[in-house]
Design a protein around this ligand. Structure first.
Ligand code: SF4
Length: 445
């Protein structure tokens, strides 16, 4: 049950010493209640407060840390909708391998997973995990493949087997990878919980019904094991959409702890289009780990782009460094364009300049990651601020051309910019970056 700020305040020392960064214990208690601060910030919190608040201050969806150094974080979510605040840890994407796959498929998949790198708006995106599924009768083949995947890909694994003995052997073989053992059932949970503890792995648990799964996760928690993933048994994409949403809502709105864990789902419909639909459902509707049946570069890039769109913090736009960027091989007399340092804007504008076939300079002043019109409305992209930036970076020494092309949406700053930069001419470019190519051909060549 969540505690109110006033209930939390009664557990704090009431000295108002401010060491936690809040002016009073009450203000700190309010932050704790809103889950905007952690109790560890108060050095004087009593053991009783830690005990009582520990559970209450945990995120409603537990954050499970995977991989060597626990770098891959899954869960820890605080809101149902991204616009309420932000989503915290994106859905981890994994690629599956079966122990019955031909050796050449195994080798090429592990290489593709290891080498895959997608650059999107300045972010470098990689595949998070590899899943190993036991399909054959030989536990040794399963363990060998798990060891190989860990050795080659150096990523946490999802180990899936119906045989607890095989799972235990593989768990031991990949000790240090902090992987997920999948999928203990009510019958095998006790033995596999011990294996997971001994080898420092998490568990993905499942049961025939949602009630059964709730009982299972509650039971694990009672025994002090909390690194849990939930595998929902659903018969259709519609049911999965509903169950994922129901579980997240129960965890966030009703503080129902047994469903307050990230989920894990194997996409394996047998049809690439349906696979895509299920994977999209996982990314958009609260999936913790989504295991794809094979490596497919086109599928992966689309899913990663979708994931990036959803999981970037809407309050912290992705930015590029404010500076002058060369596009192509510009010389002192090459055209000079100006735009803002919002990543998306930068990459679209630089791409369109590149497409036009002209080498140019792209001047990107500090605009706190805002797009052109937003930055202009906030006073961050004015004639004076652009001129100041151009003087600070010494552009005049770098180029002989004295002409700037500004975005068409801020045509109104051209006069001010010319006033602030005596000797320079300002050309108003197109409003849309897509029209830059024709602008370059008609006005600059
Ligand atoms: S550090 Fe602790 S005692 Fe001091 S003001 Fe903050 S909550 Fe109160």
């Amino acid at each position: 049950m969540a505690l109110t700020g006033l209930q939390i305040q009664k557990l704090l020392p009431a000295t108002n010493c401010k060491e936690c960064g809040s002016n009073t214990c009450l203000a700190f208690a309010m932050k704790l209640a809103a889950k905007k601060a952690e109790l560890s910030l108060c050095p004087y919190a009593s053991e009783e407060a830690k005990r009582t608040l520990g559970a209450a201050s945990e995120p409603p969806v537990r954050c499970v840390e995977l991989g060597p150094g626990r770098q891959l974080k899954v869960g820890g979510e605080l809101v149902l909708y991204r616009h309420e605040k932000t989503f915290v840890h994106e859905t981890a994407l994994a690629v599956n391998l079966n122990d019955t796959d031909p050796p050449e498929v195994i080798d090429s998949t592990l290489k593709q997973v290891s080498d895959y790198l997608l650059e999107r708006v300045g972010e470098m995106l990689r595949i998070d995990m590899v899943a190993i599924t036991q399909k054959g009768p030989d536990p040794q083949a399963f363990t060998s493949l798990a060891s190989k995947a860990w050795r080659v890909a150096q990523r946490p694994l999802v180990l899936r087997s119906a045989d607890p003995v095989a799972l235990a052997a593989a768990a031991k073989a990949v000790q240090g990878s902090r992987s997920v053992l999948c999928a203990p059932t009510p019958e095998t949970v006790p033995a596999l919980m011990a294996v997971a503890r001994e080898n420092d792995h998490a568990l993905a648990v499942t049961a025939p019904t949602l009630d059964g799964l709730v009982a299972l996760s509650a039971n694990l928690k009672e025994q002090g094991f909390a690194d849990i993933f939930l595998r929902f048994n659903c018969l259709s994409p519609a049911e999965r959409f509903q169950t994922n949403s129901l579980a997240r809502r129960a965890a966030l709105k009703d503080h129902f702890k047994p469903l307050g864990y990230p989920s894990l789902h194997f996409v394996e419909t047998g049809d690439p289009a349906d696979d895509m639909l299920e994977a999209i459902n996982e990314i958009t509707k609260y999936g913790g780990i989504c295991v794809l049946p094979r490596f497919d570069a086109a599928q992966m890039s689309s899913l990663m782009t979708l994931r990036l769109n959803l999981y970037t913090d809407p309050q912290k736009p992705i930015q590029v460094e404010p500076k002058v960027y060369p596009i192509g091989e510009p010389g002192p007399d090459s055209p000079i364009f100006v735009t803002t340092n919002f990543s998306l804007t930068y990459f679209i504008v630089s791409g369109e300049i590149e497409n036009s076939g002209v080498s140019a300079w792209l001047v990107v002043p500090e605009c706190e990651g805002m797009s052109v019109l937003t930055a202009w409305a906030a006073g961050k992209f004015s004639g004076a601020s652009i001129a100041k930036f151009i003087r600070e970076i010494g552009l005049e020494k770098q180029v002989t051309r004295r002409q700037l092309v500004i975005p068409g949406y801020v045509a109104q700053i051209s006069g001010e910019l010319e006033e602030c930069l005596p000797g320079w001419k300002v050309l108003v470019g197109p409003q849309e970056a897509a029209d830059l190519e024709s602008f370059v051909k008609s006005r600059l060549k």
